[in-house]
Design a protein around this ligand. Structure first.
Ligand code: IPE
Ligand code: IPE
Ligand code: MG
Length: 230
């Protein structure tokens, strides 16, 4: 892979866990477990390739209205990840960051996630960003309200500092698995110039090879940013 054509930041809408399990006549929580394992594999693959940031959409603000049983299964997966797997990341000079409104989560989960961020190494080679109870619209509204409180007109840079993603470069590539062709409230402000890649594979079946195919496809695109190609 041509390193110069590698995205700096990849966003992944990890969709299709529930269907993956249901097709196997298993509860949706089994799909989330398989999805979490796949996410862990993809993160280390992305890091090995030299990608700097990977944002994974783990729970949308809208997902919070799913049945409590499913949410509890997801919270348990977050608990497991943030107590065990995260340490392995730290040892590899990788950091975790969390974006979204954590205050609506069970208190212990909120603490685990924010501690996971705080205990991360400084100057990491790779940052795994978890979007949890994240939605672009609430993110933008929150930033607008903070801007109003400050009472000063803001420029683009000033506004972006008020977003959850402050300090993180915009995603170059956003991948959605599971066959749906939409963003579902994921990084809509930041995705203004992202390349989008949609894939039918359900997330637990989204192998490293399929991820590489998305990167190859990305590398073949012409990003013009409104200009005329030289
Ligand atoms: C995405 O998979 C993960 C979360 C939303 C937490 P889904 O749970 O939406 O899986 P499908 O789309 O129902 O298959
Ligand atoms: C998007 O998937 C959210 C995550 C992957 C976390 P959804 O399954 O919630 O999206 P919709 O409802 O199909 O748009
Ligand atoms: Mg879905």
């Amino acid at each position: 892979m041509d390193v110069n054509k590698l995205p700096v930041h990849v966003g992944i809408i990890m969709d299709g866990n529930g269907r993956w399990a249901q097709r196997r006549l298993m509860p949706r929580s089994v799909g989330h477990n398989a999805g979490m394992n796949r996410m862990i594999g993809l993160a280390s693959h992305a890091k090995e390739l030299g990608i700097r940031y990977m944002t994974v959409y783990a729970l949308s603000t809208e997902n919070l209205s799913r049945p409590q049983e499913e949410l509890d299964a997801l919270f348990n997966l977050f608990r497991k990840y943030f107590t065990r797997n995260v340490k392995k990341l730290y040892r590899q000079q990788a950091a975790v960051k969390v974006i979204g409104d954590l205050s609506a989560l069970p208190q212990d989960v909120e603490k685990l996630l924010s501690d996971g961020e705080k205990n991360s190494p400084e100057n990491p080679q790779f940052t795994l960003i978890f979007a949890v109870n994240y939605g672009s619209r609430p993110e933008i509204l929150r930033a607008v309200n903070r801007a109003v409180e400050q009472g000063e007109p803001l420029d683009k840079e000033g506004f972006e500092k008020l977003l959850y993603t402050s300090g993180i470069p915009d995603p170059d590539l956003i991948i959605r698995t599971g066959g749906e062709v939409r963003l579902s409230n994921f990084l809509t402000y930041q995705a203004a110039y992202a390349e989008l890649y949609f894939c039918d594979a359900l997330f637990p079946e989204f192998t490293d090879r399929k991820f590489d195919k998305a990167l190859e496809n990305y590398a073949s695109r012409h990003r013009r940013f409104g200009k005329i190609e030289e």
